[in-house]
Design a protein around this ligand. Structure first.
Ligand code: FAD
Length: 235
């Protein structure tokens, strides 16, 4: 049976806004639950897509969207007409799920097949950002989160581009991570019987060679952050 997050684990998670509690205590496969700050931030920093869940009068909605982490705040952005951001921007409760897929686990029994992953679930509240300086910082943060180093080169937002972008700040109420790694966990009789290959297939996001824009008549050199693109924390 799963136990609630212990006081020690909460202590380890730090005294800031990354709080875990009964709502974020992993019950199913409780041993895979992680609540420490380092694990949570590493997953949030390596990934850049989240699934944003929120309630509407028509029922629950989940949409995939990019995000950036700045300290203990997550920023989302989109067009002013973006239904999700418009709906949640008034202080609505939101849930964000962030997923990194690390591999496929092929067990001897179909029942025991699995996926290796690192994931984070955030429960928080969303507020639209009106302050211009914060909005600019948030937009830069999104670019920088996805392509570290890019804001040094890319042109910043004009006033009209800023007006044409809705930015939402998600403050985190509770957060949890869950991690599965390693090979299959088969029934001993299937292992004993043999005859079926089992193991796991690692998967990772890798960048291909950058393709220069056809409009680049200057044939500019490819910047280092593009030619050697990799996600933070990856070799
Ligand atoms: C890529 C991927 C594929 C998966 N495929 C399956 C599948 O096919 N079938 C299946 O049953 N499960 C799958 N899972 C696990 C799934 O996310 C749930 O953890 C699991 O289904 C248990 O759900 P529950 O509602 O009983 O969780 P509970 O343990 O009751 O959840 C309690 C709390 O724990 C936290 N929590 C739960 N799951 C996660 C998580 N994954 N990451 C971070 N925090 C979490 C949340 O705060 C949640 O509110 C998958 C996970 C990932 C990342």
């Amino acid at each position: 049976m799963a136990s609630a997050v212990s006081a020690d684990e909460r202590e380890q998670a730090g005294s800031g806004a990354w709080r875990s509690g009964p709502r974020t205590t992993v019950r199913r496969k409780a041993e895979r639950g992680r609540y420490d700050r380092a694990t949570i931030e590493a997953i949030l920093d390596e990934a850049f897509i989240c699934h944003l869940g929120f309630c509407t009068d028509g029922g629950p909605v989940v949409v995939p969207t990019a995000y950036a982490r700045v300290g203990e705040v997550l920023y989302l952005h989109g067009a002013p007409a973006n239904q999700a951001l418009r709906t949640v921007g008034e202080g609505a409760p939101v849930t964000l799920a962030v997923t990194l897929v690390d591999g496929l686990v092929l067990a001897r029994a179909g029942f025991h097949h699995s996926i290796n992953y690192r994931s984070v679930v955030v429960y928080g509240h969303a507020h639209e950002v009106d302050d211009e300086a914060e909005k600019r910082r948030a937009l830069d943060a999104v670019v920088e989160h996805i392509v570290p180093g890019r804001t040094a080169d890319a042109r910043g937002a004009t006033d009209s581009e800023l007006r044409a972008t809705r930015v939402v700040r998600v403050t985190v109420d509770e957060v949890s991570a869950k991690v599965r790694s390693g090979g299959p966990v088969d029934d001993p009789e299937d292992v004993e019987a043999g005859g079926i290959w089992a193991g796991h297939i690692p998967l990772s996001v890798t960048a291909g060679p950058p393709v220069p824009d056809e409009e680049d008549r200057q044939a500019l050199p490819v910047p280092e952050y593009a030619s050697h693109y990799r996600r933070p924390g990856r070799p």
